[in-house]
Design a protein around this ligand. Structure first.
Ligand SMILES: *Cc1c(COP(=O)(O)O)cnc(C)c1O
Length: 416
């Protein structure tokens, strides 16, 4: 069947059909094909265009605040060394945080939105549509649309609209129109279907801004490339600060955009262990989790073939996670391929473990992490005490946790 991209590199995919091995591709209605091919053509034109790059770098620097810092998390490192000593291990690696939480709008999502809005501008498309689950991508899309003066329509499941009211309000303030979707369970996958429907109906002027490294080809590739700034910076920063590469890098995986952004520049560094963290929710035994690679199976979702959560009849299931940003029922196709090829390990972290890491980081670092990022930190908390003192771990702090304080309060039985 499909050949690996090249036997010596994990960084050359996807192939011309948009496949990462048996994953990815474009499983879309015939009517969408011309739009996707047009997008691919423009993407191929701009991806190595110095003017496009310069414009993106300029905005990333002055609007979003890049480069983000690579921060030695001394408080967490000290704490985990104490844990290590108490266990008689006498170790504890140095932990670094890649500070995507410091970006404008509070997470890595702005990296992708800035890249795509510039692509939309190049294509002459002046109306932006997006879909959102928890509302974070909707807010980032509404932000860049406001910055460029484009109208923006955000599709959001009606259930999500009801439970994410602060983000709905933010999007409206930013001038976006939020369209609640009542089909299905009124969650993310229903919103995705509506966005695709809008796109085919408004062929001429509309750009579909996808929020994670998923969707039909070329979205997984272009989102990855826009997010790879994370790993490119982190790799240079750790070489500068420590004079060597890290031993382990860790990121949380929802659809997988912050994770692939950190991982991609390290994929061919064979001595770097790479770990993606899925939402284990209340455990993998039941259905209250979002661990598509640990407990799902391959199928087609959002225009690509990938691991996803489905029942015996192939119906997509709504996942569960304490963090709304991780409850995407699938995962970007490149992760599925990296999983099967063995290059990246994917591990679940439970709601309770993420909550503990959230509290710990807040107390020992004075940083309130996003609950998504707390999943990645929770895994570091597990493995770092058994590592050596001269080893290095980088955790992607994908976002800040201000958005999560209500969720955390209710988990702790408190009122704000
Ligand atoms: C949206 C989000 C995620 C999950 O999305 P990915 O595409 O998997 O990166 C993780 N962390 C934060 C802070 C988010 O907002």
């Amino acid at each position: 069947m499909d050949q690996p991209a090249t036997p010596n590199s994990f960084r050359t995919g996807p192939d011309e059909q948009g496949m990462f091995g048996i994953f990815g591709g474009r499983f879309v209605a015939e009517t969408l094909m011309p739009l996707i091919l047009d997008l691919e053509r423009h993407w191929n034109e701009v991806k190595n265009d110095p003017d496009f790059r310069a414009e993106l770098t300029n905005l990333s620097t002055h609007y979003a605040g890049r480069p983000s810092k690579l921060y030695f998390a001394e408080g967490l490192t000290r704490h985990l060394r104490e844990v290590s000593s108490a266990k008689g291990l006498g170790g504890g690696a140095k932990v670094y945080f890649k500070r995507e939480d410091l970006n404008h709008t509070g997470s890595h999502k702005i990296n992708n939105c800035l890249g795509q809005i510039l692509l939309a501008k190049r294509m002459g498309k002046k109306r932006i549509i997006a879909e959102t689950g928890a509302g974070q991508h909707g807010v980032a899309s509404a932000t860049v649309a406001a910055r460029f003066g484009y109208p923006c329509v955000v599709y959001m499941g009606a259930t999500d609209v009801a439970r994410q009211s602060p983000n709905v309000f933010r999007m409206k303030l930013l001038g976006a129109e939020v369209r609640p979707v009542t089909a299905g369970h009124g969650t993310l996958k229903d919103a995705m279907n509506e966005a695709l429907r809008d796109w085919v109906t408004n062929v001429e002027d509309t750009y579909y801004l996808i929020g994670t490294a998923a969707g039909p080809h070329p979205y997984p590739e272009l989102v990855r490339d826009f997010q790879s700034v994370i790993g490119t910076e982190a790799r240079a920063q750790i070489l500068e600060q420590e004079g060597r590469l890290p031993d382990t890098i860790i990121a949380a995986v929802g659809g997988g955009s912050n994770a692939i952004g950190l991982f991609h520049p390290f994929l061919d560094d064979k001595d770097v262990r790479i770990i993606g963290i899925e939402a284990g929710g209340r455990g993998l035994d039941g259905i209250e989790h979002c661990a598509s690679m640990n407990a799902g199976s391959p199928g087609v979702l959002h225009g690509n073939r990938t691991y996803l959560l489905q029942n015996a009849d192939g119906q997509i299931m709504d996942g569960h996670s304490i963090s709304a940003g991780l409850d995407y029922p699938g995962v970007g196709p490149e992760h599925s391929w990296l999983r099967d090829s063995g290059r990246v390990e994917y591990v679940p972290i439970l709601d309770d473990e993420a909550l503990e890491a959230f509290k710990l980081t807040t107390r020992v670092e004075g940083i309130i992490p996003a609950l998504e990022s707390a999943h990645a930190i929770a895994h570091a908390v597990k493995i770092v005490p058994a590592m050596d003192k001269d080893q290095i771990v980088i955790v992607n702090l994908s976002g800040r946790g201000d958005k999560d304080v209500h969720t955390v309060a209710s988990m702790l039985g408190m009122e704000i």
